[in-house]
Design a binder for this molecule. Structure first.
Ligand code: FAD
Length: 474
């Protein structure tokens, strides 16, 4: 019999006051604030870059400029926390172009054109009236619900037993389900029958109501893009961290509480990290990918198990010239056919960067995702050409950038975890933010304002840092 006598190499051990899991906006903001308060803090990030769901890529070899494959829009009024950083790191404001003729494609592929922003205003037919009733019902539910604790609102129990599809159908029996799914797919990458009405109402309220959250005009959620790309903000935050505190390509596998009160963290690198406090910034739906010892309390585990991320993919088509501007088109298409559900002009004129980004979301996105790459691209280009060529000649793109977030192991989808019926009223909303021992939880979905958005991510990082600093000083 032979014995293996090799001694395992002694693992390098690094100790800090705080270890943060994840270098997205929330984790980075928490790290900056904790270091500014005078504590040592390490950030462990699974991927080989900072930014999480902010990811900016070069548009093409022929043009300067970038395209955002992840988060894209902010505004300069009600998204104050991300806006301060936008200005601080000189991200370069590009106002969203919102003029020209847009297209609407029906399920059978037929296409109509209409001026941007003018779908039902002023119209008095049955469809427009039903649409107004649905918007009215959403608006009223948003106005009467509690922002911080939606589960205590008078209508909470009723809203949390139904899906958002059922809620909209009550107000508009003919088109409610369709309108509901357009909204949930565009905002969260899921179908309306997957989302609790209470969750959706609270999500809309946290984004200042249905008008603001769907708008690309002043104060709207889709008002301003970044010339340098949104990842520049993440990189700006990372540049403020003290040298050696950022560990990329370090995916955390386990967090163990030890008898000396410290936490021991094991990851995909042969090092042990130790800390007095932990900040977890990974989305709730990824909690199961980390082994906690002792295990997380039941309600935190249930939270992780009962949230899911949507399908929210982007395909950016980059062109040599802004041919749609010349043709008087906005670059906007909405489609009930798919695979592309909607498009937006994502050009940066200052950089001679001309692009239209296609959003492939919800169930049609999930189905599209299963095709091989060449078929996926063909399906997008075929649909795009069939719609835009009704008005002008559509040239070939000089570059195509595809990003499928649900295929990424450290994201599993985007933009933010979603709750089905019954979760908010059974678990309550505080569970999102409640620390467990000395483990603190941040991430955009834990924010009260602008949850699911970059502004919410920054706010959650500030809140998490505040908790940690108070407890370390305690
Ligand atoms: C396509 C798309 C479009 C969007 N559009 C907008 C928009 O226009 N405006 C807007 O405001 N927001 C938008 N968002 C949402 C926005 O990107 C997010 O709200 C925000 O970036 C989330 O930040 P976060 O720090 O909470 O999470 P994340 O960015 O997900 O950060 C979590 C980090 O944890 C890391 N991680 C995961 N597991 C581990 C592990 N085991 N160990 C170590 N690290 C780990 C991940 O790699 C990631 O870097 C969009 C998102 C996407 C994907």
């Amino acid at each position: 019999m032979t014995f293996d006598t090799t001694v395992p190499p002694k693992m390098n051990c690094i100790t800090a006051d705080v270890v943060i899991i994840g270098a997205g906006l929330s984790g980075l903001q928490a790290a900056v604030n904790i270091q500014t308060a005078g504590f040592t803090c390490l950030v462990l990030e699974a991927t080989d870059r900072v930014g999480g769901k902010t990811l900016s890529i070069k548009s093409s070899s022929k043009q300067a400029g970038i395209n955002d494959a992840g988060a894209t829009w902010v505004n300069d009024s009600n998204q104050s926390e991300i806006w301060k950083l936008f200005e601080k790191y000189n991200a370069g404001a590009v106002i969203q172009r919102a003029t020209g003729t847009s297209f609407q494609q029906a399920e059978d592929g037929s296409t109509i054109s209409r001026p941007y922003h003018k779908e039902s205003s002023g119209r008095d037919d049955a469809r427009a009236n039903e649409m107004r009733r649905i918007y009215g019902a959403i608006h009223e539910a948003v106005e009467t619900s509690d922002l911080e604790h939606p589960e205590i609102s008078a209508s909470a129990q009723r809203l949390d037993t139904m899906t958002f599809a059922e809620f909209c159908q009550e107000a508009g029996p003919n088109i409610g389900t369709g309108i509901a799914s357009v909204a949930t797919a565009a905002l969260l990458g899921v179908e309306a029958h997957e989302v609790s009405a209470l969750f959706m109402v609270n999500y809309i309220k946290s984004g200042y109501g249905i008008r603001v959250i769907t708008s690309d005009e002043k104060d709207g959620a889709q008002y301003i893009r970044a010339r340098r790309g949104m990842q520049a903000i993440s990189e700006g935050l990372a540049s403020e961290l003290s040298q050696g505190s950022l560990h990329l390509s370090t995916a955390v596998k386990s967090i163990q509480e030890k008898d000396d009160g410290l936490y021991e963290i094991h990851s995909t690198v042969p090092k042990i990290f130790k800390a007095k406090r932990i900040v977890v910034s990974v989305p709730t739906s990824l909690y199961h990918t980390i082994q906690f010892t002792p295990p997380l309390p039941e309600n935190k585990q249930k939270l992780g198990q009962s949230t899911a991320l949507g399908h929210f993919s982007k395909v950016a088509l980059v062109f040599e010239e802004p041919w749609w501007h010349t043709a008087g088109l906005s670059g906007v298409m909405t489609s009930y056919k798919g695979p592309v559900s909607f498009t937006r002009d994502t050009s940066v004129p200052e950089d001679d960067q001309w692009s239209i980004t296609c959003f492939i979301v919800g169930d049609t996105g999930r189905a599209w995702n299963k095709y091989p790459e060449a078929e996926r691209r063909n399906a997008v280009l075929e649909q795009f050409n069939s719609v835009f060529s009704t008005a002008t000649v559509v040239p070939k793109p000089i570059a195509v950038h595809e990003r499928i977030w649900s295929e990424e192991p450290y994201f599993l989808g985007a933009p933010s975890p979603v709750m089905g019926p019954g979760v908010l009223t059974s678990l309550g909303s505080d569970v999102l933010r409640a620390p467990v021992g000395n483990i603190h939880f941040v991430g955009t979905e834990t924010s009260i304002v602008w949850k699911g958005y970059m502004d919410g991510a920054i706010r959650s990082g500030q809140r998490g840092a505040e908790e940690v600093i108070t407890s370390l000083r305690g």
